[in-house]
Ligand binder design. Structure first.
Ligand SMILES: *Cc1c(COP(=O)(O)O)cnc(C)c1O
Length: 223
């Protein structure tokens, strides 16, 4: 399938999920995750009209950035080592995976502008997942107030690889509740209105549960 064909199918699914949950399709940003695919396929994604592009490794991001540059809004979605922040900080639009103060400190020292960040949460508690435990999130966000370049726009999670829809839904619902809790505290450095959740296998559930940013790799560009 071409990227455009996949995108059209996905847009119908998004539209149906929005209908079911009385949401506006305009409130959902699709991030095309290109970590598995070539520069050519990434260009096909841009030509299909998706300009938000996600990479999970600094090397992969820099390689694609070299060819595509400012024609995409680059989203960093993977584990970020603090020593590598400087390599990408002036090229990226957002970070979806903030979960360490050492990274926040590097962003603060190296970025010329405010960086929009999602704080990554390990809702399901799986040992293999990155991100903070639910009870660590508010203390972490309070500490981020010390880094004026860090703007917490929302929370991010990855649901476990399971088939039980209710369990996946529960993960997304918990993230939304936590988002609401942070938002209600009115931190100036953490408006926390957004939710980055939903991937190829679970984006419809994520939308029904309030996702504002969905991260699609396999289903959109292939693997
Ligand atoms: C790879 C990846 C995705 C996309 O996964 P698919 O299942 O291929 O859609 C989304 N988010 C993160 C953090 C990823 O690493």
């Amino acid at each position: 399938m071409t990227v455009l064909q996949s995108l059209q199918q996905i847009q119908q699914q998004i539209s149906a999920a929005c209908e079911r949950s009385s949401r506006n399709i305009k409130d959902i940003t699709i991030i095309g995750v290109t970590k598995y695919v070539t520069i050519e396929r990434t260009e096909e994604l841009l030509a299909a009209g998706i300009h938000d592009v996600g990479e999970n490794r600094t090397e992969g991001l820099l390689e694609k950035y070299e060819h595509i540059g400012e024609n995409a809004n680059w989203h960093f979605i993977g584990t970020l080592q603090s020593r590598k922040v400087k390599d990408i900080v002036d090229k990226i639009h957002m970070i979806h995976s903030l979960d360490r103060l050492s990274v926040a400190k590097q962003i603060n020292n190296r970025s010329e502008r405010k960086m929009d960040c999602f704080v990554q949460v390990n809702v399901s508690g799986e040992a293999s997942k990155h991100g903070l435990n639910i009870d660590e999130v508010i203390p972490f966000i309070e500490q981020l107030a010390a880094y004026e370049k860090v703007n917490v726009i929302g929370l991010m999670t990855m649901a476990p690889h399971i088939t039980d829809e209710n369990q996946i839904r529960e993960v997304f619902r918990s993230l939304r509740k936590l988002r609401d809790e942070v938002q209600s505290r009115n931190y100036t450095h953490a408006p926390c209105t957004a939710l980055s959740m939903g991937m190829s296998n679970d984006f419809e559930i994520a939308i029904e549960e309030g996702a504002t940013h969905i991260r699609l790799g396999t289903k959109l560009v292939g693997s």
